[in-house]
Design a protein around this ligand. Structure first.
Ligand SMILES: Cc1cc2nc3c(=O)[nH]c(=O)nc-3n(C[C@H](O)[C@H](O)[C@H](O)COP(=O)(O)OP(=O)(O)OC[C@H]3O[C@@H](n4cnc5c(N)ncnc54)[C@H](O)[C@@H]3O)c2cc1C
Length: 374
């Protein structure tokens, strides 16, 4: 039976879709709005690498969040597979190989390996014949590589489709294309405006990615999220060869897909809401991948994808309720790690909506760290 609780979610990217599935499967009446199609924002461009021990610095809040979320991924995938039968979602522990091409990078990775050992994170160091045997396509200039077997990849397009379908099968309604830019806390809930109509919900979750600043909550300053463009290539070797792991260099990373293609990511560009692929972006990635995997010079270029990462000033999400408007919950600004952090985000928001329970992680990511809402 559905509970009487009604929640609107603005944005059906990986974050909004994960929250929609988590809430709908627990009986909440969810309405999921997107101004495009589900998954057509940053999520469609994502490389889908789940790699907190590369992305986050030792001791950083992002590492605490990322490592915690990584532990949730097996159950998260089992849940969505159960609730969206027939939707295949590629999710594989490929591991990552972070390659050192210079003395400086070698020293950096050696320090990282010592830190991983002290934290009890499974890893190994490969060089010489061991590296060639494990990753024969990596440049012979490589000085060594740090292997983290627990890092994973997920096909994000398929994941968002499965999450939305799972939410629908649990009773959620998906309303697209519909843009919501006005939100107001009223006496008995939170109101969203669609044209001349007003609809009231118990909670409104703003999961609008890079466009979050365009959603205005009456009486609240603009949310400090801005777009950082990422371009990413799909390449394919004529004989179907490609590395088995996700390989990382300092200028690019690569992700092997089950369909035999290799994804090469990603540029980091502060160019506003410009979602074009550019010659400069493609050239940067092509040069970088040939430096890392020389035989990529013979691969064909199949596609270029572009997305806008939702960034905040400290690169941590804006997550949690506004204390001045407790029915409004933010779940945005996940920058480079929105896929990795999706299970944790959905869990934190669900606990807030269902039990008014404040996860300890909210102290790190509360929107109030920027505005001092009281
Ligand atoms: C090239 C690239 C590679 C990446 N690689 C990785 C990776 O390997 N691992 C990882 O963890 N992360 C990665 N990321 C980051 C990750 O993709 C993002 O953090 C994540 O997709 C953000 O999800 P989201 O749902 O918040 O935003 P989005 O996916 O952008 O979704 C927001 C949605 O909200 C909708 N919307 C916006 N405003 C409104 C409105 N007013 N009304 C209605 N709907 C609205 C949009 O149409 C959109 O569908 C990558 C990003 C890029 C660009």
């Amino acid at each position: 039976m559905l509970s009487e609780r009604r929640v609107a979610i603005i944005g059906a990217g990986v974050i909004g879709a994960s929250i929609a599935d988590a809430l709908a499967s627990r009986g909440v009446r969810v309405t999921l709005f997107d101004m495009r199609a589900p998954g057509a924002g940053a999520s469609q461009a994502s490389a889908g690498v789940l790699a907190p021990f590369i992305e986050a610095k030792p001791g950083s809040p992002l590492l605490a969040l990322g490592a915690r979320s990584l532990l949730m991924w097996d159950d998260f995938m089992a849940g969505v597979r159960d609730r969206a039968p027939g939707h295949e979602v590629e999710y594989v522990r490929t591991g990552t190989l972070e390659v050192a091409l210079s003395d400086e990078e070698h020293a950096h990775l050696t320090t990282a390996a010592a830190w991983l050992a002290s934290e009890g994170v499974t890893h190994d160091w490969l060089e010489g014949p061991a590296l060639v045997a494990r990753a024969p396509m990596v440049t012979s200039a490589a000085r060594g590589a740090l292997h983290l077997p627990d890092h994973r990849i997920v096909n994000v397009g398929a994941l968002v489709r499965a999450l939305v379908q799972a939410a629908r099968l649990s009773g959620a309604v998906c309303v697209t294309p519909t843009e919501i830019v006005h939100v107001e806390q009223v006496r008995h809930g939170v109101e969203v405006r669609i044209g001349d109509q007003r609809h009231t919900f118990d909670h409104v979750v703003i999961a609008a990615g890079s466009w979050t600043r365009r959603v205005r909550v009456a009486g609240v300053p603009v949310f400090p999220v801005r777009p950082i463009r990422g371009q990413l290539l799909h390449v394919r070797w004529p004989d179907g060869a490609r590395p088995a792991h996700s390989i990382w260099g300092t200028r690019c990373y690569t992700v092997p897909w089950a369909d035999g293609s290799l994804l090469v990511g990603a540029t980091v560009e502060d160019v506003g809401f410009d979602e074009r692929a550019t010659v400069a972006g493609v050239r940067e990635l092509m040069d970088a991948v040939v430096g890392l995997l020389p035989s990529a010079a013979d691969a064909s270029l199949e596609a270029v994808r572009v997305g806008l990462r939702p960034a905040t000033a400290d690169h941590l999400p804006l997550l949690g309720p506004l204390s001045s408007h407790p029915g409004v919950i933010l779940a945005a600004g996940h920058y480079r790690n929105g896929i990795l952090l999706a299970p944790l985000t959905a869990d934190i928001v669900s606990k807030l909506v269902l039990n008014n329970e404040r996860d300890a992680a909210l102290d790190l990511v509360s929107p109030e760290r920027f505005y001092g809402y009281t």
